[in-house]
Ligand binder design. Structure first.
Ligand code: CO
Length: 147
């Protein structure tokens, strides 16, 4: 039985650098950022104790985060849980009839594998599942990355 280990990060959709300045003013240092071109987003991490904030800033007019901002404005975009067995958990969820955005793990940042649960299945919350340092090789969509 796959297990949820922790809240890995909280994803926040932001319009521009003003959000990063706010969190830094609160005393949270930025631990790094990277552009994820395939998702048209720039990602910045702000560690908070055992978890992190993940700021998602659109790189252009395309992409899911820009669409989110246009529809809903800045705010909480997703919750990410660290899991010990992503494939196992996806199989459990599929068997339980839970609607997934990604039925197969996708390569994420830092050598992780990730998959998203559809917010329709999670009562309005976009849920990211993340397995750190997975020994599994990515399969479908291995050229793509997701935040
Ligand atoms: Co995320």
């Amino acid at each position: 039985m796959a297990r949820i280990l922790s809240i890995d990060h909280i994803g926040l959709a932001v319009a521009d650098g003003a959000a990063a300045a706010f969190w830094q003013a609160l005393g949270l240092p930025c631990a790094g950022n990277e552009a994820v071109e395939s998702e048209a987003v720039s990602v910045a991490f702000f560690p908070v104790g055992a978890t992190r904030l993940e700021l998602l800033e659109p790189l252009g007019v395309e992409g899911a985060v820009q669409k989110f901002l246009a529809n809903r404005g800045e705010g909480v975009h997703h919750l990410c849980f660290a899991v010990d067995d992503l494939r196992g958990l996806l199989a459990q969820l599929t068997a339980a009839g839970v609607e997934l955005v990604n039925a197969e793990p996708r390569p994420g940042a830092e050598g992780s594998l990730v998959a998203f649960i559809h917010p329709r299945a999670a009562h309005g919350v976009l849920v990211e599942l993340r397995q750190h340092g997975s020994p599994h090789e990515p399969t479908a969509g291995s050229d793509e990355r997701i935040f």
